[in-house]
Design a protein. Structure first.
Length: 310
């Protein structure tokens, strides 16, 4: 992860197609509270409403979280972004963009992989990071963003009105092993998180939250430290090397290229036999569970797998 610098304000992504969309009027000057219609520090943004946060970024920096429902790493990162944003008490706004539902924004930000986090300062994009990262690193990057915003005269604070909706009901506490896993994930200790989820499943094989969490953290653990270009080169050089193909498929899943990952593993499955074939099938089933059984890409891949089996 590189430091944010003023140079990042030039030419990071192309938002020209969205810049002229109608924006909600904002008031206030740098250093003064900027009122918002709903007072929300964390808000969902669409292709149609993006102009509002683009204009708001002239008073307070806006962090854009590009995510998707099927993206496991997104589900690990988004709660961290929300928590850090709330703690900053109006100095930053978090705009959440579902890339599947908002293709123009995904294209405008050149979202080749997700989760992808970009900031807006004075209407200009600032790249922050791609992929799930530990909370400590998220906080460091937010600090850098605030420094850069101040250098560019964006020092406002969002006025969150007293009438803004507040969460009144406390969420039930996580089961101890789930809490242990979440804490380990936030510190980047994926091995400990895996052990915690495995223990939770051993105690309750029907714990679907633990099963989903285990799949997500195993993926994070496998892709940690991998270099995409090196992995692709190794896979191209050894098309029947199961480990090499697994590495690229994992990176594709983590980056949102779900169909590419499934096609790669299904093509590999078709060329193998015996134990290696079984190993590839197991990995496919694991990834199906990670993406979601109802996802049409999973349905299509399952159908092809069935045709290859019989």
């Amino acid at each position: 992860m590189s430091d944010i610098s003023a140079a990042a304000l030039r030419g990071a992504v192309d938002l020209s197609a969205l810049r002229n969309r109608p924006a909600a009027p904002t008031e206030g000057t740098a250093g003064a509270p900027a009122p918002a219609a709903d007072g929300a520090l964390v808000r969902d943004v669409t292709d149609e409403t993006f102009g509002e946060v683009l204009e708001l970024s002239r008073t307070v920096p806006v962090v854009v979280d590009l995510w998707a429902e099927w993206c496991g790493p997104c589900k690990q990162l988004s709660p961290i972004l929300e928590r850090v944003t709330q703690e900053l008490a109006g100095r930053v706004v978090l705009a959440k963009v579902d890339v599947d539902a908002n293709p123009q924004l995904a294209q405008g930000f050149r979202a080749q992989s997700i989760p992808m986090v970009v900031a807006l300062v004075a209407g200009q994009p600032v790249p922050m990071f791609t992929g799930a990262v530990p909370e400590e690193q998220v906080r460091q990057v937010f600090d850098q963003l605030l420094q850069l915003a101040a250098q560019n005269g964006v020092t406002g604070t969002l006025a969150v009105g007293e009438s803004a909706p507040q969460e009144t009901a406390e969420e039930p506490p996580l089961p101890p092993l789930h809490a242990e896993a979440f804490a380990a994930i936030e510190s980047g200790d994926y091995a400990t998180a895996i052990r915690a989820y495995e223990k939770a499943l051993a105690e309750n094989p029907r714990d679907e939250d633990a099963r989903a969490g285990l799949g997500q953290v195993r993926l994070l653990d496998r892709v940690q430290g991998l270099d995409l270009q090196q992995a692709r080169d190794a896979a191209a050089a050894a098309p029947q090397d199961v480990a090499a193909q697994f590495a690229v498929a994992d990176l594709d899943i983590a980056g949102g290229h779900v169909e590419d990952a499934f096609h790669r593993l299904l093509d590999l499955f078709a060329t193998l036999s015996g134990d290696e074939r079984a190993v590839v099938r197991e990995r496919l089933v694991e990834l199906f569970g990670l993406v979601g059984a109802a996802d049409p890409r999973v349905v299509n891949a399952r159908n092809r797998l069935s045709s290859l089996l019989f």
